[in-house]
Structure formats: C-alpha cells, structure tokens
Design a protein around this ligand. Structure first.
Ligand code: NAD
Length: 329
C-alpha cells in the first residue's frame, strides 16, 4: 500500500504511455485512480479494467470538468500534454494551448482545492545546453522563437514556472519531474519517438531511418524505472517544491541504436540516413547529446535505474511483436 492507504490520484493523460504504466503501479499497491484523457494520443487499450479505476474522457482545457475531478482526488499527477517533437512541429498552436492553458487550468483547480500536483516536464527544457551531464539548475539555451522546435521546451518551461509560482505564492505542494527519453511497451510509433519507430521499421523489414549523421546520442530509460521514480517522489515529503531529472545515463548514438535494433529484430533492410531537412521542415535544430545528472533524485529517494538498454529493447520489441502479430523471429 502507498504511504497513505488508498490515496486517490487524478492522472491527467493517464491513457497515454507513461500514464498507463503509472496507473498500473498505483492500482497494484491499492490506490484509486481517476484518469482524465481526451484520447488524442492515448488509448483505452492501454488501461486495465478495475473497480478502482475511473476513466473520464475530456480535456484539461475544460475548467469545470478539471475542477470537479480535482475536488474528488487527493493528489494530481499532471501528464496530459502534446508530446514529442513531431507532433509539436505539425500542430504548434494546438500544442502550445494544451501545454500552457491546460496546465494553468490544472494548477488553478489544485490551488482551489489544496491538492498536491506532480508535473511531468522534459529534458527539452535544457535546449541546446552542451553540458554533460545536465543538472537541474543548469541554464536553458534555446534558439530563435521562429524555430518551432523550441516551442515545446518553452511551453514546458512556462508550466514549471507556474508550478514554482503556485508553490511560492500559494503554498501549493508541487513537484516537477524532468523526464529524459523514456521508452517501453505501449509507446506509440506514430509521433516521432525514435525507438518505437525503428522497431516498427525493423519488424516490417523496412530500412531503419536515421536522421542527420547519426552521431547524436541519447540516454533511454525504461518506463518502469521512470514510474518507480515518480512514485518515490510522490511518496516523499522532501520532494515538494523541488525539480528532479529522471532518466538513464547509458548513452548511445542513434546510428548504434539503429544497428542494434536491426540486429535484435533480425531485420536485413539496413540503415538509411535521412538529412534533417527531409525529415522535418528546414531550420530544424537537433541536440547532439543529452545526459541527465540524477544525483539529486538518488540522494533523496535512493532511486537508480535498473534496466539497461538491451532490456528496454527486448521489452519494446516483444510488445511490438505482440501488437503487430509478428511472432518473435
Ligand atoms: P502520451 O502522448 O502517450 O501521453 C499524453 C496523454 O495526454 C495521452 O494519453 C493524450 O491522449 C493525453 N492528452 C493530450 N492532450 C490532452 C488534453 N488536452 N486533455 C486531456 N488529455 C490529453 O505521452 P507520454 O510519453 O506518456 O507523456 C506523458 C508526459 O510525460 C507528457 O507531459 C510529456 O511531455 C512528458 N514527457 C515524456 C517523455 C517521453 O520520453 N515519453 C519525455 C519527456 C517528458
């Protein structure tokens, strides 16, 4: 059981990738869940059937609905957002409104009903900062406002600033988690996330597309490790008013990653290099490295990621084989 027996959590975006795994973990320890999700990128197929789970289809932009649900819960986990560089590049205005107005609506309801809120932010916050590893108090370095890519980073920065302002000015209990690349079963391949996309290509015997020259690196954490960090922070009173990086520090180049996935899926269509201006509109700026320093999270909760890249790929490939009906090769 959780710290408070049968806590009721409102999980916005709970039918999505991370939200559905968090829902599983909280239900497993005996908590109750209310999910608010508009199913724009999430799916009911991600959710278990349980008497302790209430699903509400709706948007975080609906202030009276958000108010009614926040009133019914003990703690809010705010995950609903337009996620991923591809979605943001294709629908910049809708993404900004969801991520900024939606979050303000959630924080305002939490203030009225005095409920703790955990906000899911992102490593995109750091923009082009080349420091390695990145610490929570490092600078944000962003490009021009004309480059659409930076609007996701900026919208999440506004969310973080809102969380901090509600904490300081209204005493609202807030926790900010900056998630680095998170991967695992149920992550959709449709919105530009690299591992699900490469796995899908490999399983279809299509060439694995690598953008740019493939030397850019990323660190991937398994969603169960990320959920474990979120739960530890929700349970720890010392997390309130703080910001934490959550992610793995195992670094891999995207070209190495594509080759590894090709090998593990026994795909033989090879790798195809795609220039950025073919993959995205021109003016796209990528980030060469992004490694989190998670010592603050570790010092408070003892958290450390337990699954290595190969375990993550094993799980993701097995789940994708199940979905696509491809038997493991
Ligand atoms: P996801 O797209 O699977 O989940 C987002 C959920 O929010 C979806 O179920 C979607 O239907 C829902 N949603 C979107 N707009 C909504 C609205 N207006 N009202 C109600 N629901 C709405 O993505 P995810 O990877 O699970 O991301 C969850 C959170 O974690 C997001 O806030 C995201 O910014 C953050 N994050 C994720 C990653 C990652 O690697 N997956 C990295 C950094 C940050």
């Amino acid at each position: 059981m959780g710290e408070n027996a049968r806590t009721t959590y409102l999980v916005t975006g709970g039918a999505g990738f991370i939200g559905s795994h968090l829902t599983d973990a909280l239900l497993h320890r005996g908590d109750k869940i209310i999910i608010l999700d508009d199913l724009s990128t999430g799916s009911l197929a991600n959710l278990p059937s349980s008497g302790d789970l209430q699903f509400v289809r709706g948007t975080i932009l609906d202030a009276s609905l958000v108010d009614a649900l926040v009133r019914q819960c003990d703690v809010v986990v705010h995950l609903a957002a337009s996620v991923g560089v591809k979605l943001i590049m294709e629908h910049p205005l809708r993404s900004l409104i969801t991520n900024i107005s939606g979050s303000e609506t959630v924080f305002e309801a939490a203030r009225r009903h005095r409920k703790k809120v955990l906000l899911a932010s992102t490593s995109e916050i750091y923009g082009k900062n080349p420091d390695t590893p990145l610490r929570e108090d490092d600078d944000r370095i962003l490009g021009s406002t004309n480059v659409v890519r930076w609007s996701y980073s900026t919208s999440k920065a506004v969310d973080e600033i809102l969380a901090n302002a509600y904490h300081r000015e209204h005493g609202l209990e807030t926790i900010v988690v900056r998630l680095f690349n998170t991967v695992g079963p149920r992550q959709s391949a449709d919105y530009g996330m690299v591992i699900p996309r490469l796995v899908r290509q490999a399983l279809r015997d299509e060439p694995l597309t690598v953008y740019g020259d493939g030397t850019q690196t990323r660190c991937f954490a398994h969603v169960s490790d990320v959920v474990d960090a979120i739960v530890k922070l929700l349970d720890h009173p010392g997390a309130v008013g703080q910001t934490f990086n959550v992610g793995s520090s195992e670094e891999v180049t995207i070209l190495e990653l594509a080759k590894l996935i090709g090998e593990m899926c026994q795909g033989d269509a090879g790798v195809r290099m795609v220039p950025y201006n073919e993959a995205y509109s021109s003016g796209f700026e990528d980030i060469m490295r992004r490694v989190p320093d998670t010592s603050k999270l570790h010092a408070l909760t003892g958290w450390t990621p337990r699954r290595a890249l190969r375990d993550i790929l094993d799980d993701t490939i097995a789940a994708s084989c199940g979905e696509s009906g491809v038997a493991g090769r």
